[in-house]
Design a protein around this ligand. Structure first.
Ligand SMILES: Nc1ncnc2c1ncn2[C@@H]1O[C@H](COP(=O)(O)OP(=O)(O)OP(=O)(O)O)[C@@H](O)[C@H]1O
Length: 301
């Protein structure tokens, strides 16, 4: 990734409304060449709408969208992208191999079919009709179709929904290998471990705006959260109400507390339960940071 190079895709001050609802609110977003950018945010934050505008599926009502410096609806730009949206209407009777050949034919320098199939893990599905595949298999085929044109930019809108853990990890490996080839990727996901595993940069959206952005480490650091885990009979709901406690709950019988003031919360925990044991204290992950950032946004709204 080279931050000094012009973005491969860009939204500048884009506002998009559906009737009275503002889905994008003066949004600025830039995707740099070769980077994996994860777009995070709660349902309705505007992630899919952003992708739709970048793809030229809708014209920005105000502001500008650029794909490779040009108009997203320009066919030359579109031949450099691969797309996997949340829903795909593909002909059910076509076989996977036929779908791949057809899609690859739209691109100037596609990958060989066997290479696309291997990357997406669909080698054993090539002769099967698309409509007869399971949901997870169909997602893998959609991924193969997205990468078969050797795109310089790949849009993946919640790509691993409906996949089992093994399929998800294989897809992650394939995404890493594409990024290794220099392909930029825009990924939306609700699986925070997915962003944590893949993203060089994370943009957190809320109500059509960018709430915050940075690397996974920067976001974690920005909210400075600590996760305390221990064996204790204290009531998690009561602990959740303590000062400085962001969240408290139970996981596998353990009390788990997230806080930005670890020392004072730890002191209070140890005072409140003298039998507390098996204490673990660690820096919070992206999930806790994300919860905290969303909470701050709600409070500010
Ligand atoms: N075609 C549409 N017509 C009317 N409202 C829409 C349409 N598409 C999206 N919206 C609304 O715009 C807002 C942003 O939706 P969008 O799908 O971009 O969010 P998202 O962040 O992708 O959400 P999710 O995580 O649920 O996929 C939401 O309030 C949604 O209800």
């Amino acid at each position: 990734m080279n931050p000094s190079m012009p973005p491969v895709a860009e939204l500048v001050g884009v506002t998009q409304r559906y009737g009275a609802l503002t889905a994008l609110d003066g949004l600025d977003l830039a995707v740099r060449p070769g980077e994996l950018l994860a777009l995070l945010g709660p349902n309705g934050a505007g992630k899919s709408t952003s992708i739709g505008v970048l793809l030229g599926l809708m014209r920005p009502q105000s502001g500008q969208a650029r794909l490779f410096g040009g108009d997203p609806q320009d066919v030359v730009s579109r031949r450099r992208i691969g797309v996997m949206l949340q829903s795909a209407a593909l002909p059910a009777t076509l076989r996977v191999g036929e779908l791949l050949r057809l899609t690859a034919s739209y691109y100037p320098a596609p990958r060989p079919l066997a290479e696309s199939a291997a990357l997406a893990g669909v080698d054993d599905l090539l002769t099967r009709p698309y409509g007869k595949l399971s949901g997870g298999q169909q997602r893998r085929v959609q991924f193969a179709l997205a990468l078969c044109g050797r795109p310089a930019l790949l849009f993946l809108d919640e790509p691993t929904v409906g996949m089992d853990i093994e399929a998800r990890q294989k897809l992650w490996a394939a995404i890493r290998s594409l990024v290794g080839e220099g392909c930029a990727v825009v990924l939306t996901t609700h699986y925070l471990e997915e962003a944590e595993a893949l993203a060089q940069r994370v943009v957190v959206m809320g109500q059509g705006r960018v709430l915050t952005e940075g690397s996974v480490d920067e976001l974690r650091g920005r909210v400075g959260m600590t996760r305390i885990r221990c064996l204790s009979d204290l009531d998690a709901d009561a602990v959740a109400g303590w000062t400085h406690v962001t969240a408290a709950g139970r996981e596998e019988g353990r009390l788990v507390v997230t806080t930005a003031a670890a020392e004072s919360v730890l002191r209070r925990l140890l005072d409140a339960d003298t039998t507390l044991s098996e204490l673990e204290v660690r820096r919070a992950g992206l999930a806790e940071a994300f919860v905290e950032l969303s909470r701050q946004d709600k409070e500010a709204a």
